[in-house]
Design a protein around this ligand. Structure first.
Ligand SMILES: Cc1cc2nc3c(=O)[nH]c(=O)nc-3n(C[C@H](O)[C@H](O)[C@H](O)COP(=O)(O)O)c2cc1C
Length: 347
């Protein structure tokens, strides 16, 4: 398995919507970790271009990440929210689509990459079989033991355990308003529960931004750690300036559906606070708010942009991604050695 061959157990999270670039992906792989390229929001031809650009940078093996499509939401569930937004902003068309799912699967079957990861759901056993036959490993993002069991059942090779601390969208197989009443599992609890229940390697994601955090995930039973926010301010990332500027500020994160209609964690801002009851309707709300987010990004208005970030955002790196991988690796080694030096007596 690719995860056993890595020189360092650090995985770059796929980050759709701008931050993910071929340069960032290749830099992490070249430094001995595993870079993932985000294909969410991209058409199949655009995905093919990014794969080709990443290969041309010759950083070594990398993976590609896809969004598993959901189902359309009836208009009456989000019409009132869009009416409210429409009074203050100009909106896009609230359309449903599958994010070019079938064409991207065809592309990855015809021109495989070493690993394909999924979020927002679980591919079918047949879809996984096709990608396996093409030679790819399958990684599925899970947020609970129940989701992990489903992923195992259909043939996933690796579980990406996404804790509550994680930046960006929650990778839950379904986004349900009724689940908001219960706390999402945090990464340490989730890794322990998954390693006890399911016999698959676990990659821990969520709130990890230092080598000590990587070490904690490994000590808890993870095979590797997947970091997103920690790489957002690297020079190779395509992160917008307004997003980079906000990362280092002392602002708490919160979960919101206001921007996209799917629960996601970002730096708290006015738009989130103004719309605490935004409905479940992805990707319809994502498309509707596209123009207002783009305008705010262009004008540097941090109050109307989705500033996705995990809870440890203040510790995001600034150095080139390869240097960050090397620093995290050295810090992780030192943290594990320090932990081993603590006395643990067994009677
Ligand atoms: C800006 C941003 C975009 C993200 N986009 C994706 C994505 O396209 N696909 C995916 O599986 N996860 C995505 N995630 C979630 C990451 O895979 C991962 O769970 C998260 O970054 C881990 O938490 P951390 O940000 O605290 O490291 C994104 C996260 C961020 C911060």
């Amino acid at each position: 398995m690719i995860i056993d061959e890595l020189r360092t157990p650090i995985v770059l999270a796929p980050m759709a919507g701008g931050p993910s670039t071929p340069e960032l992906t290749a830099a992490v792989s070249r430094a001995g970790g595993l870079g993932f390229l985000a294909a969410g929001y991209l058409t199949a031809p655009a995905t093919a271009e990014r794969i080709a650009a990443t290969r041309a940078l010759d950083g070594g093996p990398f993976g590609v990440n896809l969004f598993v499509p959901g189902t359309p939401t009836p208009v009456d569930r989000y019409a009132r929210y869009l009416d409210e937004l429409g009074r203050a902003f100009s909106l896009g068309e609230p359309k449903f689509d599958t994010d070019d799912w079938a064409a991207k699967l065809d592309l990855l079957t015809a021109d495989p990459v070493p690993a394909v990861s999924f979020t927002f759901g679980c591919p079918s056993a047949q879809e996984i079989e096709r990608l396996h036959a093409a030679g790819s490993e399958i990684w599925v993002t899970v947020t609970s033991v129940a989701e992990a069991r489903i992923a195992r059942e259909v043939g996933a090779d690796v579980l990406v355990a996404q804790g509550a601390e994680a930046g960006g969208h929650r990778g839950t197989f379904a986004d349900r308003a009724e689940d908001d009443a219960t706390d999402p599992l945090t990464i340490l609890a989730l890794v322990q529960l998954l390693t006890a229940a399911v016999d698959l390697p676990v990659v821990a994601a969520g709130g990890i931004a230092t080598g000590a955090g990587v070490a904690a995930a490994l000590a808890a039973g993870a095979t590797a750690a997947q970091l997103g926010t920690a790489f957002l301010d690297c020079p190779e990332a395509g992160t917008a300036q307004v997003h980079r500027d906000a990362l280092a500020l002392d602002i708490p994160t919160m979960l919101t559906r206001a921007f996209t209609g799917r629960r996601a964690r970002g730096l708290r801002n006015r738009f989130m606070l103004d719309h605490p009851e935004a409905p479940v309707a992805y990707p319809e709300i994502h498309y509707a708010t596209g123009p207002l987010r783009a305008a705010a990004r262009a004008s540097g208005d941090a109050d109307a942009v989705n500033l996705w970030a995990g809870q440890a955002h203040a510790l995001a790196g600034r150095e080139p991604a390869g240097e960050l991988v090397r620093r995290l690796s050295e810090e992780a080694k030192a943290a594990l050695e320090k932990a081993l030096s603590r006395r643990i007596q067994c009677y």
